[in-house]
Write a protein that binds this ligand. Sequence first.
Ligand code: UD1
Length: 503
Amino acid sequence: MLSLAVLPGQESVTKVLVTRPARGPEPSNKAAERGARRIYTEVSETPRSRLFQERHSISILQAARPQSNMDKFVIRGGNPLTGFVHISGAKNSALPCMAAAILTEDGVTLENIPHVRDIETERRLLASMGAEVDLREDRTILSCRTLSDPVAKYEIVKTMRASALVLGPLIARTGMARVAMPGGCAIGGRPIDLHIKGLEKMGAEIVQEHGYLEARVDAQIGRLRGAHIVFDKITVTGTEDLLMAAVLAEGETLMENCAREPEVCDLAALLIAMGARIEGAGTSTIHVQGVPSLHGARYRISPDRIEAGTFLVAGAITGGDLTVANCNAAHLGAVIAKLEEAGARIDVLAPDAVRVRAGGPLRAADISTEEYPGFPTDMQAQYMALATQAEGVSLVRENIFENRFMHVQELVRMGANIKVDGSTATVRGPARLSSAAVMCSDLRASASLVLAALVAEGETVVDRVYHMDRGYESIEEKLSQVGAQIQRLGNLFAPRERAHSAA
Ligand code: UD1
């Protein structure tokens, strides 16, 4: 439970966010709590609260570090975003690349790892198995010389489904693995049956017991063997997991109907630098010639195309003039094409810089999510926020996940006109969005709500931003730097120095 307290005698300058555990003791200073309630009411309900006039007190407020994971953003809409924003490394590349370190006894150095919560979760996961992970500002050094405990525990897997990515490399390196079955999640069932099927074809014996997958390679065979794998369905982490298994398998592996996402290419490039023999990554057919061992390597993670796409939408929805720097424009084709169709003016200034400007009123354009190079499902929610501001009817079809419209209800509460029928959302615009208290349900849904809040009238309180912290580095700082009015209540995520010293 969150409340704001005013320290006695410092009412005018110091507000500290205090957290009270659900059944914990009350704050001793009742007056402070009463004051806190008053201020909190102002923050959440007064249209022109003092939040943005009292930056000083907010910065102190941010410095306080509550125990709660219920951080909120307060966003005052209406500012066009202008200037430059720098894109961080791709979370979805960094996760499999960190898992790839399991495949060698040598050190693996990764540059451009984003400082986001999922990376910290992956660090914890690897460390719990005996790996040494040194997360630094400019590079991360991983050493899996000893893997004393090849177990991915439920406590960690349940918070990040990508933890299943350790299954393939653990079996390949140690001949055994114990990985908690990931449960369902907000955006759908998300099974890992295709990972399991592929590994079984490569000779692993896998049983499910007590919520865990117990996998081992027959001791007499000792090593996975190459196989012909045809994915029933295109899966990104499935392709990555089996690729990591195949590089140390005996003989050749042929994988068909593979994911072609840039994150698969990033992983393959790292594995090749480690001595793997891989051809075809980035196409739907990948050949792997297994090798007996891999060595250490150094690799730079590509820019995050979803973060870049989110900022392109931010520039377009606010009618700003934003240059998204340090990105890879080649990875943004479908998003750029759709934003242009919707009326935004886009200039690819350089291979790593894209400028977005208002090109007149936004107009409706349909999207249909597909595997890369189609329109990414990870951009669907953000695009829907934009569609609420476009003139006409936009159809948004979600083809990858069955339940990825959790943001709709929250957008509707802000005034959007959206109807969902099965996997299609019909968005009628432009709608006048007004501030409301809204709740994040998953990573990309949270980005959608922040985008909507940037154009909503008044101050929107976006709750449960820990979802956003999973995948967006310093999001409120980046948005503030280009003119957004956004403040965090609470300070869930440790600043870099603290997170690193804990690493
Ligand atoms: C990855 C991304 C995620 C993105 C998604 C789709 C990471 C860490 N996450 O997730 O951000 O939204 O790709 O681009 O890279 N499926 C099965 N069986 C399986 C595996 C998948 O049926 O064994 C289905 C899924 O339920 C889903 C579809 O295949 O309907 C695609 O899922 P998948 O590509 O595997 O998503 P993730 O790799 O989990």
